[in-house]
Ligand binder design. Structure first.
Ligand code: ZN
Ligand code: ZN
Length: 209
């Protein structure tokens, strides 16, 4: 009897070790606590030279489907343009959605319990991630498809969630990404807002430009 109990304890220990060493999604969600909000930065989600257009930006009046201000940054490029993960994280959603033009794909990557980023491929030609997949910065997320209808070109609507609400991504953009997006956005004359966001508290990011 005592010997059986020792064998049982040994096998249980082995099992616990096996499961805690395996890189399961659960392990990674627990491990994410190592990713602090203070270190959160949005690295370029694509090759900066491949940015062809910046459409609606955070705060563009009426830029959302429901007529409210736009809640992300629309980054446009050529068909098959590859987008990468802008942070380390875990894929919490891969879902098809629809707008007036195309079938789109939403991908949400969770950095930690506070921050997640949203990519809405409008539309996607390919998606490279699956639900609960851990991703590292720079790993492929998906590729743009082509939009043949309407006046809106294909883009990725890039949004940032903080505690479940959309917030302005500008303070979190890596500096070269922020400057490039603003440069491309401003290359179209007479735009409003004048910079890639209209938040009064972020205008100091644009003062030197
Ligand atoms: Zn958008
Ligand atoms: Zn802002």
């Amino acid at each position: 009897m005592k010997r059986n109990a020792i064998i049982f304890a040994f096998v249980t220990c082995l099992g616990v070790c096996f499961f805690s060493c395996e890189r399961s999604p659960l392990f990674n969600i627990i491990g994410e606590e190592a990713r602090s909000s203070q270190d959160f930065v949005i690295n370029p989600p694509l090759n900066l030279d491949a940015i062809k257009r910046v459409g609606s930006v955070y705060g563009t009046p009426g830029g959302s489907a429901d007529g409210t201000p736009h809640k992300g940054i629309d980054i446009g490029g050529d068909e098959l343009l590859q987008f990468m993960s802008s942070t380390d994280g875990i894929v919490m959603m891969v879902q098809e959605t629809r707008d007036n033009y195309t079938v789109n794909t939403d991908v949400i990557i969770r950095y930690n319990s506070e921050f997640s980023v949203l990519y809405t491929f409008e539309p996607a030609s390919r998606v490279d991630v699956r639900y609960l997949q851990p991703v590292k910065t720079g790993e492929p997320v998906g590729c743009l498809g082509v939009r043949e209808t309407g006046y809106i070109d294909q883009c990725v609507h890039f949004g940032l969630y903080k505690n479940g609400e959309f917030v302005c991504p500008v303070p979190y953009l890596r500096e070269d990404l922020r400057q490039k997006l603003n440069e491309v956005y401003k290359s179209v004359e007479g735009r409003y807002p004048e910079n890639i966001c209209n938040c009064p508290e972020h205008q100091h990011y644009f003062e030197q430009e």
